[in-house]
Design a protein around this ligand. Structure first.
Ligand SMILES: [Ca+2]
Length: 496
C-alpha cells in the first residue's frame, strides 16, 4: 500500500537540526526553505486531473502532483469557508477555535491567537510574509493585526506596501472583473519580484476561484475552451430533490439551493463548466508561479502546497454547496511539492489519513520552527519524507459542521435574540450540527443536537457514493460502537 519510502535526505537532517536549535539561530540563515501556500475556494477534490478527471484541464497542478506528494485521504476538519480558513491558519479544530459564521461558534480570533498562526510564527522567525486574495477569517483589529504579521498584503481594497508602483498598476481600476484570478497571479509574481536575496519567504495565495458563479467573473478566453464541453456527471448527482436525505436537512441551504441551481442536467452542466473554467484559470497561475521560481533559481529550495478550503456537492447527494459531512464536501485535494527532494525520489501518492488542521503545523515544521502547543493538527513532515512510523499515525480524522443556515439568515436580518433562536431551533429539531470521523474505509457521523440523534455510517469501499446507511445493520454494530467512541475521543482531543 505505502510507496517505498525514500531515505532521509540531507534536507531532512537540516530540518532535524533546525528543530533542535534555538529560534534565534535562524536569523540570517539562508538554508530555510521558501514556502508558497496556494488555496482555492470551494474546489472539489475530484475536479483536478491528478485526481482522475479527464474533462477538466489542470496540467500545471497535475505536474506539481507528479513531482511532489499527492494525498488521497486528505479531509477538511470543517468544510465551510471561514472556520476552515481559521483551522488552516491556526492548526486548530472548529470546536476549539469556534470561529465561524453562526452563534455560538462565531468567535473573533484574538490578536494573541493569530500570533500562533503559521504566517505570524514564520514572520517572527525572520521570514518575509505575503498574503494575496481572500482572507476570510474574523480577526480582532484585523487590519493592524495583519500589518503586524505580513510584509506584503493584498486583500480586497486593502494592500501594502502602499508605495509599490507595480502593485498599484496590477490593481488599476480599469481592469475588468473577469481578470480577478489573473490579478492575484500578478500580485503573486510581484511579491517574488520584490523578494530580497538572503531572506526566506512564505507567500499565501488565496484564490476566490473556483466558487464564482457569475458570467462576468469568468475569464473569457478560458470560457471559450469549455463552452461546448459535456462535463462528467457523478453517479450520486440527483435530478430534483433527494428524498433519501434526513428531513432535518430541509433547513440546510444545500437542499433548496440544489433544487434552484443544480437539479437539472442543464443547470448542472452550466455550473460544472464554470468551475472547470475557473480551475483552468487558477492552473495557469500555478504554471506562472513555477516558471518564476525557476527563473529566480530558487525552485530547489521552495515548497509549494496546493489545496482548497472546502469541497462542493454540485448536486451530488441532492445538495448544492458544502458543510454537510459527505465526501464531496469533506475530501480535500492536497499536493506538497518540495524542490529540495532529489528528482529521482519525486512523485508519490500517499494514503495516510490527513486533516486540514495538519497544514499549519506542517508548514512550521518544514521551516524548522517549533509547533506551538495550541495546534492540534499533526506535522506531516515524516510522511512527506517517507520516514513516518505509520503504526504511530492516526487511523481517523475528525469532521465537524456547526453552521446553521437559519441562524445565519436571522443574523443578516438583525434578529434581536439569536441565543433564543438557537435554543428554539435545537428544541424543535431543526439543528443539523454534526460531527463524525472518516477512516480509510468508513465514515460515521451524528446530528448530535437532533432528538433522537440521527446517525449515518458508510462503507466507502463498497459504497463510495455514500448511498447505503449501515447504521441499523446488525453486522456493523461493533464498528458503529467503535466509531462513536473514536468521534468522542477525537472531539475531546480537539478541545482539550
Ligand atoms: Ca470556501
Amino acid at each position: 500500500m505505502k510507496q517505498s519510502p525514500f531515505p532521509l535526505k540531507p534536507f531532512a537532517m537540516l530540518v532535524v537540526f533546525a528543530l533542535a536549535a534555538p529560534l534565534a539561530s535562524h536569523a540570517g540563515s539562508e538554508n530555510r526553505p521558501n514556502i508558497v501556500f496556494l488555496m482555492t475556494d470551494d474546489q472539489r477534490w475530484d475536479t483536478l486531473g491528478c485526481y482522475g478527471r479527464t474533462d477538466v484541464i489542470t496540467p500545471n497542478i497535475d505536474k506539481l502532483a507528479t513531482q511532489g506528494v499527492i494525498f488521497d485521504n486528505a479531509y477538511y476538519a470543517v468544510a465551510i469557508c471561514m472556520p476552515s480558513r481559521a483551522t488552516i491558519f491556526t492548526g486548530r479544530y472548529f470546536s476549539d477555535h469556534q470561529s465561524g459564521f453562526t452563534y455560538p461558534y462565531n468567535r473573533t480570533l484574538s490578536v494573541a491567537e493569530f500570533s500562533d498562526s503559521y504566517p505570524a510564527r514564520l514572520r517572527a522567525s525572520g521570514y518575509r510574509t505575503g498574503f494575496v486574495g481572500k482572507f476570510g477569517i474574523r480577526l480582532e483589529n484585523w487590519s493592524n493585526t495583519a500589518r503586524e504579521h505580513f510584509d506584503f498584503f493584498v486583500v480586497g481594497g486593502t494592500r501594502w506596501p502602499e508605495d509599490d508602483p507595480g502593485l498599484n498598476h496590477i490593481y488599476r481600476r480599469d481592469r475588468p472583473r473577469e481578470e480577478r484570478t489573473l490579478k492575484k497571479g500578478d500580485a503573486m509574481i510581484r511579491f517574488l519580484e520584490t523578494q530580497p536575496e538572503g531572506q526566506p519567504f512564505c507567500l499565501s495565495i488565496s484564490f476566490d476561484a473556483v466558487k464564482n458563479d457569475r458570467d462576468q467573473d469568468m475569464y473569457a478566453p478560458h470560457v471559450e475552451i469549455f463552452k461546448d464541453k459535456q462535463m462528467w456527471v457523478p453517479e450520486n448527482w440527483v435530478e430534483g430533490r433527494n428524498e433519501r436525505l434526513p428531513k432535518v436537512l430541509d433547513h440546510c441551504r444545500g437542499t433548496y439551493l440544489h433544487v434552484a441551481r443544480t437539479s437539472t442536467p442543464e443547470l448542472y452542466q452550466k455550473l460544472a463548466r464554470r468551475f472547470a473554467t475557473q480551475g483552468y484559470t487558477v492552473d495557469t497561475q500555478v504554471g506562472r508561479l513555477m516558471a518564476k521560481l525557476e527563473e529566480m533559481d530558487v525552485l530547489d529550495n521552495t515548497i509549494v502546497i496546493y489545496t482548497s478550503d472546502n469541497g462542493r456537492f454540485h448536486g451530488s447527494q441532492g445538495l448544492y454547496d458544502k458543510a454537510i459531512l459527505y465526501d464531496e464536501s469533506m475530501k480535500a485535494p492536497l499536493i506538497v511539492f518540495d524542490g529540495r527532494v532529489d528528482k529521482k525520489s519525486r512523485g508519490r501518492r500517499e494514503d495516510a489519513m490527513v486533516s486540514s488542521a495538519d497544514v499549519a503545523p506542517t508548514i512550521l515544521s518544514l521551516a524548522g520552527e517549533k509547533v506551538p502547543e495550541s495546534m492540534r493538527g499533526r506535522d506531516l513532515c515524516g510522511i512527506l519524507a517517507g520516514s513516518q512510523d505509520m503504526a504511530q499515525w492516526r487511523d481517523a480524522v475528525l469532521m465537524e459542521n456547526l453552521f446553521l443556515q437559519e441562524i445565519h439568515s436571522a443574523g443578516v436580518k438583525k434578529h434581536e435574540d439569536i441565543p433564543g433562536l438557537n435554543s428554539e431551533i435545537i428544541a424543535n429539531n431543526r439543528s443539523y450540527r454534526s460531527r463524525g470521523v472518516r477512516t480509510e474505509r468508513y465514515k460515521y457521523f451524528i446530528y448530535f443536537e437532533h432528538d433522537p440523534v440521527i446517525e449515518e455510517l458508510y462503507d466507502l469501499k463498497a459504497d463510495p457514493y455514500e448511498q447505503d446507511n449501515l447504521v441499523n445493520n446488525p453486522e456493523h454494530a461493533e464498528l458503529l460502537k467503535k466509531l462513536r467512541k473514536r468521534t468522542d475521543e477525537l472531539h475531546a482531543d480537539a478541545i482539550r
